[in-house]
Design a protein around this ligand. Sequence first.
Ligand SMILES: NC(=O)c1ccc[n+]([C@@H]2O[C@H](COP(=O)([O-])OP(=O)(O)OC[C@H]3O[C@@H](n4cnc5c(N)ncnc54)[C@H](OP(=O)(O)O)[C@@H]3O)[C@@H](O)[C@H]2O)c1
Length: 258
Amino acid sequence: MPLKVLILGGSSEAGALAAAIAGDTRLDALLSLAGRTQTPAASPLPRRSGGFGGAQGLADYLGAEGVEALVVATHPFAAQMRRNAVAAVRLRPTPLLIVDRPPWAPLAGDRWTCVADMTAAANALGEAPRRVLLTVGRQDLAPFAAYPQHAYLVRSIDPPADAPVGAELILDRGPFAEVDERRLMADWGVEVLVTKNAGGGATEAKLGAARGLGLEVVMVDRPALPELEGLDAQVVRDADQAVNWLSHQADSPTERGV
Ligand SMILES: NC(=O)c1ccc[n+]([C@@H]2O[C@H](COP(=O)([O-])OP(=O)(O)OC[C@H]3O[C@@H](n4cnc5c(N)ncnc54)[C@H](OP(=O)(O)O)[C@@H]3O)[C@@H](O)[C@H]2O)c1
């Protein structure tokens, strides 16, 4: 019997993993999305959409569907889903893999101000009016409304509900090229870029552009991973390592009890 796998997606790694394992007859994998993005990227795996109803809901789902391996390949800032997944496998023991891409690190010439969360990021912009490029996603804009003295350019995939009043909007999805990022920043007169430390290549070009233009970057640090002590759980950095883990799970019938 193929290994029953649930992949919690919403990241480029989830897409790469889905592409890599589609057609692998040892696996019966389903990709789960939160359902936030209006037009999610195409997937070669069967998909479901929407929440499970918290940790207990996910544990119940794992049990009802007979899931034998849970892969958490959500975005590094989707902290609630990671917490729920860890809590769920404590309730319903299931081998767990978390795909956690490495964060970005500053290079020579970078002018980063690192902050713990979005409220601190908004506060770090200071009193004096500035021209700010906000690339923090559409769900995390509320703290910037408290600092209306700045001019904001917001870039997100789907329209945000709570952009600061007067903000200009660009709807676009990466990957972006550095030359285009640099042109955008120069044309709009950006003075400071605000970003989550998402890591990965798809949206990294903005950092090179800011470096080249000598701009400050307010960098929001990522939430810590949940405690995995006592669990059958591993953390890997990319889709290739996730494929290896799934191969190992599929080829270990004694561990699976089949
Ligand atoms: N946060 C970001 O910066 C960011 C950036 C890019 C993409 N994303 C993606 O967008 C989605 C939502 O992100 P978020 O930050 O709102 O998540 P979150 O705060 O960690 O999760 C909130 C709730 O959304 C549901 N959910 C999240 N991911 C899910 C998935 N893959 N499948 C089914 N339900 C899911 C869960 O609902 P229940 O409790 O009802 O199960 C979860 O409790 C995630 O899939 C994430 O990978 C997030």
